[in-house]
Write a protein of this length. Structure first.
Length: 511
């Protein structure tokens, strides 16, 4: 075979997803069934596009794109297609702070007030005790996602988010419960500029992305939509079809979720994790620092799963820690509007996996990760996609039925208890701030003070309930109520997609 033919064959193989190493010694599922499994999965779960990399024994054994990155242009996903990796950013933050501890610049147990004397949590005792480690371990007693509707996709600065955290009322005891907290990772990340003089984004770029050759990875969300090879975000939540949604901007919560990457770059991050902090012979992060990220500071659950071969799940510094089929597995998921991803590695098996997708309303990305773990760890075959799909379809059908009912009630054209102008004006929530409600023809329009691109319409149904629909479908649609007292509007309770924040918001009418 002459050199030209060889090069053409190599290019064909690489562009079509056979990675940089032979799959010949891999499990039969990987060799023979993975392509079909993924193609079936993205069709069944309505995932426009997916990219995946598998690292084994220090080499990439599978790296490929499936489907399309944009449903209008039909441009395919490949190994260079960028996706928002969202909370998979957290390990970069945890690694940065672990590195600073090994350099003697901080202790992970330093109180936050050492760096920010004016910082406050809801109660004085937690304020005094809360440490960097607490922030990285979701220890402050809040519910999962508490405050995210206020902080996410807003014009609030990082400093203002930190200030408003004093209004997060924790339902749980400090250091007793696990409550996943994005703003906590912001606080931890903000320690970096205090002790180094570098912004979080500069530190991550110079200490990790550049040394690892992650040349296409963006450390901030800025300009993501303008990249030449980027996946378009989509969702099937709260809609009867797959809908394009706006790109998130996570810059003000950057240490929690802002990184944009592709599987080719993430393969370098995986290889480093599996080689004791080394990449191409260079020590990127010390083994001591790497180990600190993998210590379980918080236990999430300790009971045997009914579906998966796992018993214990804990949380380190931006990583979940779990037993799976007798092996120690480190993993994390990431969710942005229109995109979900996961990142996983098993040091004992020298195995790493990253999966990126552009539909935020599906569980295939996690089923696929478990399916690959099953194959490598010798778990008897169960089709994880088909195991999870029926329940997902039932929930989807129930949600569609509910929305159909709401829309039918709107079409009845019932009149609310008061005239529409009585509901208009400014409303205030201590944590969020102000919203403004105005009348638009025969419905109400909500404008959100710190979310310039977000609005919501409210149409009356009956029995005091209104149908609230956000212009960004990621936030959802819900039946909500005004509270009336003495013939006047006292307050409005709003809701949002639990993916954004679980609890409703009470807004008090101020005028």
């Amino acid at each position: 075979m002459n050199k030209i033919c060889f090069l053409l064959l190599f290019c064909f193989i690489f562009q079509n997803g056979i990675a940089q190493s032979s799959t010949g010694n891999q499990p039969s599922f990987i060799r023979d069934s993975l392509d079909t499994y993924i193609n079936n999965g993205i069709r069944n779960w309505q995932v426009p596009g997916l990219s995946i990399v598998i690292v084994k024994d220090g080499k990439v054994v599978w790296m490929k794109g499936y489907g399309v990155r944009d449903m209008e242009t039909k441009k395919p996903v490949d190994e260079n297609t960028l996706f928002m990796i969202a909370s998979n950013t957290k390990l970069f933050t945890g690694s940065s702070l672990a590195l600073l501890e090994t350099e003697g610049k901080i202790s992970l147990d330093d109180p936050i007030t050492k760096f920010f004397p004016d910082y406050r949590l809801y109660d004085s005792t937690s304020t005094k005790l809360v440490s960097i480690r607490d922030m990285l371990s979701h220890h402050i007693g809040t519910k999962t996602f508490e405050g995210d509707f206020t902080f996410w996709n807003t014009s609030l600065s990082r400093e203002e988010i930190m200030r408003r955290m004093r209004y997060l009322k924790p339902p749980f005891h400090f250091r007793q419960e696990f409550g996943y907290c994005n703003s906590c990772f912001l606080v931890a990340g903000q320690v970096i500029p205090v002790v180094t003089g570098e912004t979080w984004e500069h530190f991550v770029q110079t200490h990790f992305l550049s040394p690892l050759g992650m040349d296409h990875t963006l450390v901030l969300s800025t300009g993501v939509a303008d990249q030449p090879n980027v996946a378009t975000p989509y969702s099937t939540a709260y809609t009867n079809h797959i809908a394009k949604v706006p790109f998130d901007n996570w810059n003000n919560l950057a240490p929690a979720a802002s990184i944009v990457s592709n599987v080719k770059d993430l393969s370098h991050w995986l290889i480093m994790q599996l080689d004791s902090g080394r990449y191409q012979g260079r020590q990127i992060i010390s083994w001591d620092a790497l180990q600190k990220t993998r210590i379980a500071n918080t236990w999430i659950r300790s009971d045997m799963s009914e579906k998966y071969p796992t018993h214990l799940t804990g949380y380190g510094l931006g990583l979940n820690i779990q037993d799976y089929a007798g092996k120690q597995v480190y993993w994390h998921t990431g969710g942005a509007g229109g995109m979900v991803s996961n990142f996983c590695f098993v040091p004992e098996e020298k195995l790493g996996i990253a999966i990126l997708t552009n539909n935020d309303n599906q569980g295939f990305f996690e089923g696929l990760r478990r399916q690959i773990l099953d194959a490598y760890l010798g778990v008897p075959y169960v089709n994880r996609s088909q195991q999870d799909l029926p329940n997902f379809l039932r929930e989807t059908e129930a949600a569609l039925h509910q929305r159909t009912g709401w829309n039918a009630r709107v079409q009845m054209l019932n009149k609310p208890q008061l005239s529409l102008p009585a509901y208009t004006g400014d409303y205030q929530n201590t944590l969020y701030g102000k919203i403004h409600i105005s009348q638009e023809k025969n419905h109400l329009l909500i404008q959100f003070e710190t979310k310039p691109d977000l609005t919501a319409t409210m149409e009356y149904m009956d029995e005091g309930e209104w149908l609230l629909r956000y212009n960004n479908i990621v936030y959802g649609q819900f039946a909500v109520n005004f509270e009336l007292t003495g013939g006047k509007v006292k307050s409005l309770t709003t809701k949002q997609n639990p993916y954004v924040e679980y609890d409703p918001y009470l807004f008090i009418k101020t005028e």
